[in-house]
Each structure stands twice: as C-alpha cells, then as structure tokens.
Design a protein around this ligand. Structure first.
Ligand code: FAD
Length: 491
C-alpha cells in the first residue's frame, strides 16, 4: 500500500456502477452473510476484500484454519465469477485509501465485538463517512447482539441461566439469508494488481499432524456436518455429549469460528428438526443452550474485554499460582500420568480439537491440581485449537478455574480418575490417544499405576514408550488447593 499517495478526501458522488466494498473477517460464507447479502442488494458490482492486518491477526492452528476458510471462500467466489482480494497492512489506512482510489461509496461488513475490532471499526467508519462513504455495519456473528439482553435493573447478565431464559423469551434470531443467485463483481483494476497480497501457505504448528485430515474446510462440509448431526446425533445429545469415546457432539465449533456457518443457521435448522420430530424437543433445547453459551461468552467479552487476561473475581488476584514449567510442560504434552488428561492434551496437540468434557477436566487439573495460572492454559489452548475463539476460550477457562463471573466454584475439583471412569468407561478414548496403555484391561486403564510391575512394563515396552507415573497425588493436591482458596481474601 506504500505506493499510495497521501489521500485528499473528496465527497464521493454515488452511481450504480461504482463498486461496493464487502469486508470479510471471520465470516467466510456465501449463505446467511448479512454484509454480502446487503451489498448484493445495493445493486452495485462488488469488491470482496480481506485485509491482513497485524493488529488483528491470530496465531497457531486457528491461523491455519482461517487461511483455509479464506481460500475455500475465495474459490467459491471464483466459481461465481469474482474473487477475494487480499491486501496486507493496517486496515484503517488501507480501506479508506482504496475507497478513494476506486470511488467506492458503500462499504459493508459484519460487526465485530472484541474491543480492538470494535475500536478499529469505529475509527474506520468515521474516516469513511468523512469521505462521503456510507458504511453498513451488520449483525452476522451471533444469535442476538450482545447488548440486547439486560437484567431488570438494566445491567448485563452475569449468570447464564437467567440470561438463557431471557434469550428464549426473546425468540428465534432473524431468519437466515439464502445463497445469492447472481452476483456482479467489480474487476480488480490492473493498476492496483501490485497491491494484491499472496499469502504464503500457512503451515500447521509442530505436532498438529492430524489436523489436516481431521478438518475438511468448506461451507458445504459445515452444512453436511450439521445435517448429519441433526439426523443422527441429536437423539442422544444430552447423554452422549459428555462422552469423549463417542461421536456425541456436532463438531461444528471450527466452522462457527471461521464463519463457514452462522449461529442462526444452526438455530433454525435445529428448530426445524424439533418441529418435525417433537419428541426431540428436549434434546434440541439442550443443544441450542450449548450454542447459547457461545453467545453468552461473547456477551461477557463485550462487557469485559480484558477477560482473557484478568480474573473476573478479583480475590483470585491473590492466588499464589505455582510457576512450575516442568509440571506445565507435562500437562501440555500429555505426560501427567492421568490417562484422561493425557488423552485430551494429546488429542488437542495432534488434531487442534478436544472434547468439551475433557477440556473441562484438563483445565480443572491444570488450575487446581497443578495450581497453574489459568491464563497459561488459556494461551496454550488459543495456540492449539482450530476453534480458538477469544471469548469462548477465556470464558470457559475462567469458568473452569472458578475465577469467572458465572463459574464453577473453586471447591468443585474434577477428579480425573472419576471423570475418566464415568465418561470413558471402557477406555476407548484413552486407548486412541495414549497407545502405551492400549493393552491394559478396562479396569486398570484409568489408573495404570495400579497395574503393577509386569503388566505396566509390558504395555509400556509394547509401545516403545514408558508411560509416566502420576505427577501429583490427587488427594494431597486437592487438599492444598482448597487450603489456598480458604486463605484468599474474600471480596
Ligand atoms: C477450557 C475450555 C476452553 C474452550 N475453548 C473454546 C474455544 O476456544 N472455542 C470454542 O468454540 N469453544 C471452546 N470451548 C467450548 C467447547 O468445549 C467447544 O465449543 C465444544 O467442545 C465444541 O465442540 P462441538 O462443536 O462438537 O460442540 P457441540 O456440543 O456440538 O455444541 C455446539 C456449539 O455450541 C457452542 N458451545 C458448546 N459448548 C460451549 C461452551 N462450553 N462454551 C461456549 N460455547 C459452547 C460451540 O460453538 C459448539 O460448536 C472451551 C471449553 C473449555 C472447557
């Protein structure tokens, strides 16, 4: 963009052949994309643009996932006769410059709700408006805007259940928008071809070797997954959703993260199934309430923008977290000696995803048994998850650590052995991710240290790797965590 001279803003006079600019961010879909839809309805030829802006970039597996989502979206646009232009640089500078160069008088985007995104968009909006552009900022990411639901005393909700009841009362989100039938694109001018940024292929972080085969990235795949889940998975959702050994959940989180699918598409498809099969209404509502947690996380993030770095319950500012890199690394690499924890951490490392129940168990283990600051765990998840989402990740970490506004109390400490016996009873999930333990009988798979010399030695040798002994004693660690909490100054 350096080739651009300093801009002198002129009021732009509108004409139907002037291009409309659609900014894509985390919304790589053709269907139910309000910004794209509104831009098409303006009757102007479109320029679809993605800006690689260092100020809002991601890292880790999600960076790879978003680049794939962008590429599939670009391929779809190409099939429709257009393209996704990509430019690198500060969005607040580049976009007004481009608007001026191309005489763009309307800009469309779907809203962002994180603080830096909001600040950037506010700045951009006023610059564009000053230059005579009309800016259309539309709701496309959530079921409802985060500021819509307030308590009776006009405060943001802090607790999920009353918030969820209020959301149910509010009713279904707006209808989903169909795929566009015909789109006219504005050809990217030859004299600006030098601005097009060709991103080199984003490689996966070390160890994420199964992510490529785990996740097929496309809008169609997202819809197929949703359909299959609603046809076959919804029936047992409320029980199977806690079972990492089963395909009990939708696996839609990475698709929602990249906006390959919208939350309201999920909502309406689920409601349609509930109408056709009323006996599935309870399962449907359970599923929708999980989707509700996503909106709730974004509502919290809207009101507490530093939620990923700051305890929402300030008494935890006094928690004497332990800074033990050996323990932290053992957790990260799935070498804690607790099979369910290790299975989850290895699944995360290899695939970029982990089952929700196991996310809760591993987070509880890190914060309460290992007394490690939840922010270290949050950061690790953010680097390794394909669905890494700033609001959902931060809210859930604060929930698990007991530091959030609506959180699991600190004294609720998951026992990784009990959780393993309950939710992976035959050890199928553990065997998949901890091959050293594959040959252990079901009874011992949750507590391999009880296997005794010969059996444990045999299984370890079979896999060519020795499985570690437990890195902490659960009983002692639990008692210590409770003691520390008791001594925190209570607010
Ligand atoms: C410590 C921790 C960190 C997490 N980090 C993330 C994250 O970065 N990104 C992310 O998408 N989810 C996160 N979650 C929530 C949850 O684990 C995943 O959304 C879920 O496992 C995704 O699988 P699914 O799509 O099959 O879920 P399903 O059970 O099929 O649920 C459907 C959708 O509802 C939403 N959802 C479900 N559970 C939750 C929840 N507890 N909180 C918020 N939304 C939820 C997701 O968008 C999910 O795709 C985290 C949970 C924990 C405990």
């Amino acid at each position: 963009m350096s080739s651009f001279v300093k801009i002198v803003f002129m009021n732009i006079v509108s004409s139907p052949s002037q291009p409309a600019l659609v900014l894509l961010r985390d919304d790589f879909r053709i269907t139910d994309n309000p910004a794209l839809h509104a831009a098409i309805n303006s009757g102007k030829p479109l320029i679809c643009l993605y800006v690689h802006d260092a100020a809002t970039t991601t890292q880790g597996v999600v960076k790879w996932w978003l680049s794939k989502a962008r590429a599939t979206f670009a391929a779809t646009l190409q099939k429709m006769g257009g393209d996704l232009a990509e430019i690198s640089g500060p969005a607040t500078q580049i976009i007004p410059e481009l608007a001026e160069k191309l005489h763009i008088d309307s800009v469309f985007w779907n809203r962002r709700y994180d603080l830096s995104g909001r600040e950037q968009d506010t700045h951009l909006k006023s610059t564009l408006q000053d230059a005579g552009c009309t800016v259309h900022s539309l709701p496309g990411r959530l079921l409802h805007e985060p500021w819509v639901l307030r308590t009776g005393s006009d405060q943001p909700y802090k607790v999920f259940t009353p918030w969820w009841r209020a959301l149910q009362k509010l009713g279904a989100p707006g209808r989903s928008l169909p795929a566009p039938e015909k789109v006219t694109f504005f050809p990217w001018p030859d004299d600006l071809k030098n601005l097009i940024f060709k991103e080199s292929e984003i490689s996966l972080p070390e160890g994420a070797c199964d992510a490529e085969k785990e996740w097929l990235c496309s809008e169609e795949t997202a819809h197929e997954l949703l359909e299959t889940f609603l046809e076959t998975g919804l029936t047992h959702y409320s029980t199977d959703r806690d079972r990492p050994d089963k395909d009990g959940t939708s696996s839609l989180s990475p698709y929602l993260r990249a906006g390959l699918l919208s939350a309201r598409q999920v909502w309406h498809a689920t409601e349609a199934v509930m109408r056709q099969k009323p006996h599935l209404a309870d399962q449907g509502w359970t599923f929708l309430s999980e989707l509700g947690w996503r909106d709730f996380a974004w509502t919290q993030y809207f009101y507490y923008p530093d939620m990923a770095t700051k305890n929402l319950r300030s008494e935890f500012d006094h928690m004497p977290w332990r800074d033990d890199e050996t323990l932290f690394n053992a957790w990260k690499m799935g070498r804690t000696g607790y099979p369910l924890v290790d299975a989850g951490m290895r699944q995360l490392y290899a695939t970029g995803w982990m089952h929700n129940r196991v996310r809760m168990v591993t987070a509880s283990f890190l914060t309460k048994h290992l007394l490690t600051d939840w922010r270290k765990g949050e950061k690790w998840f953010r680097e390794r998850l394909a669905d890494a989402d700033p609001a959902q990740n931060a809210m859930n970490w604060q929930w698990c650590a007991g530091t959030g506004v609506d959180a699991s109390p600190w004294f609720r400490i998951f026992n990784p052995v009990g959780q393993s016996e309950k939710f992976d009873p035959s050890g199928e999930y553990i065997r998949q991710w901890v091959p050293e333990l594959r040959a252990l009988p079901d009874k011992l798979i949750h507590t391999p240290w009880q296997a005794g010399g010969d059996l444990l030695r045999h299984t370890a040798v079979t896999a060519g790797k020795r499985y570690p002994a437990p890195i902490v004693d659960l009983k002692t660690a639990r008692a210590h965590a409770l003691e520390l909490y008791k001594n925190l100054p209570q607010n």
